[in-house]
Design a protein around this ligand. Structure first.
Ligand SMILES: Nc1nc2c(ncn2[C@@H]2O[C@H](COP(=O)(O)OP(=O)(O)OP(=O)(O)O)[C@@H](O)[C@H]2O)c(=O)[nH]1
Ligand SMILES: [Mg+2]
Length: 451
């Protein structure tokens, strides 16, 4: 079990809304003295006598000075976000007002909250497991709809559901096996081996699926790098501009226009694609800067998750230098400058666009999306997006496989039991039933103050 953190039973205060000017700012208090502290500043009513989940309008006064007219919401323990008494003060959204109110709360005994401390308290009071607490941070940090969906799913306990049932059943078997060890001389079996094998198979599948989901989870959180490469003048910069709907990169009829790489991010159906426009690649150039640009383009090809190979419609695709360098890469061949021309024998392997006239672009962006997203991203499916989770899952998988191997070899219970223990330990560390301050500090330091 975790150790209680020093000082987590005092009362904390923080600004819950963003710094800056807004219509309203919200200040939050949590802890045993939260209601008493606000009551000392709120003179028109006795808030300590008011029921949970009620709101009260009134003036806050400190040292006979009126501070602001505010709305106070009361949430009594245990039915609050943190599980403690929580007070939310909605005041007028000026920095000065919010700071004065927080100072008044501190004068009455509150302490400024540390990053993530509200959520940490919610975790310590059993309001959520560690993966849910982490998804609060992910949700706040989310920039796209897909990031938000993945975080929301885990906040609702996606992980918890998947792992709790595995954990409970493993504990059950482990207890029965321990019992067998106590009766070792009598050679009895309490744990049903067939059922245990079934559980192991089911658990392994679940864990493997979770691990596999990291591929997409990583895409959702970090986005996808797409390098646009091709010969000089193929229209790479024009394509970047068209994708961006902006004249971002310089376009000209002179071959070798782009020297340095230009990078821009576009949100396609909730996934962030980081496009990189590169210098056109040609074999013979004496221009030193262009040569450096070409070298950079080749590096970008290596770093990209997907490469768009842009080809002028009059270009010869066979025996092409770029073609050879792309053979091992996830790539799309895109034929440009189609304009108003009707292509009779379209190859299903290629995409046909006019970067200038902005046609064929949607089919291209759809193809990019489909290359990285093969399953629906919604709040129903668990997506592993966090490398801490991935590391534990990989260990869980390892132990599950080792237990299974042991079972197949008919190893004795005393040889299998330790692997079950280690597996349970990993599940516990992942969900936070087993934890220590280092892990907690790591997880909660990524939060903003006030959450
Ligand atoms: N007709 C037509 N012209 C295009 C199209 N796309 C680009 N061009 C023209 O092709 C020329 C080269 O375009 P850029 O976008 O600069 O080509 P690039 O591949 O970035 O070239 P470098 O940076 O030199 O490697 C410009 O004159 C563009 O206007 C298109 O779809 N149709
Ligand atoms: Mg260019």
């Amino acid at each position: 079990m975790f150790t209680k953190l020093a000082g987590w039973d005092d009362t904390i205060v923080a600004l819950a809304t963003a710094q800056g000017i807004g219509a309203i700012a919200v200040i939050r208090l949590s802890g045993p003295d939260a209601i008493d502290i606000i009551n000392q500043l709120f003179l028109s009513k006795n808030l300590t006598k008011k029921p949970s989940h009620t709101v009260h309008i009134g003036m806050l006064t400190f040292d006979d000075n009126p501070l602001d007219e505010v709305v106070v919401s009361l949430f009594k323990n245990p039915t609050s976000y943190t599980g403690e008494d929580v007070v939310e003060i909605s005041c007028h959204g000026s920095q000065a007002i919010a700071q004065t109110i927080m100072q008044a709360c501190i004068s009455k005994g509150a302490r400024l909250a540390k990053a993530g401390e509200f959520t940490q308290r919610a975790f310590l009071h059993g309001k959520m497991d560690l993966t849910q607490a982490e998804s609060v941070a992910d949700l706040i940090a989310s920039n796209t709809a897909a990031q938000q969906q993945a975080a929301l799913h885990n906040l609702k306990g996606g992980f918890k559901k998947d792992l709790t049932s595995i954990r409970e059943k493993l504990i059950e078997f482990s207890a029965l096996m321990e019992l067998e060890l106590d009766f070792a001389e009598e050679d009895v079996q309490f744990a049903d081996r067939k059922k245990f094998n079934e559980l192991l198979a089911e658990a392994t599948t679940k864990v493997k699926n979770l691990i596999a989901s990291f591929k997409l989870g990583n895409v959702v959180v970090n986005g996808v790098k797409v390098a646009i490469v091709g010969k000089p003048n193929a229209g790479k910069s024009t394509l970047l501009n068209t994708l961006l709907n902006d004249e971002r990169a310089i376009v000209s009829a002179i071959a070798g226009t782009t020297r340095d790489t230009v990078e821009e991010t576009i949100n396609i159906k909730g996934i962030l694609f980081h496009f990189i426009d590169t210098a056109g690649i040609r074999n013979h150039t004496n221009d030193e800067i262009e040569q450096i640009g070409i070298r950079k383009s080749k590096e970008k090809i290596e770093l990209a998750d997907i490469v768009i190979w842009l080809v002028d419609k009059d270009e010869v695709i066979e025996n092409n230098e770029i073609k050879n360098s792309l053979s091992h890469k996830n790539h799309l061949v895109v034929i440009n400058k189609i304009d108003d021309q009707i292509i009779v024998n379209k190859s299903p392997d290629y995409y046909y666009i006019s970067a200038k006239q902005k046609t064929g672009i949607e089919a291209l962006t759809n193809a990019l999306y489909n290359k990285v997203v093969q399953q629906e991203i919604n709040t129903e499916n668990t997506l592993v997006t966090n490398s801490r989770h991935l590391q534990h899952l990989q260990k869980i998988e390892e132990y599950l496989e080792s237990i299974q191997a042991g079972m197949q070899q008919n190893l004795s219970t005393d040889l299998i039991a330790p692997d079950i223990k280690l597996c349970l330990q990993q599940i516990g560390e992942l969900t936070g039933t087993i934890t220590n301050e280092t892990v907690l500090d790591y997880v909660f330091s990524k939060f903003c103050i006030g959450k």
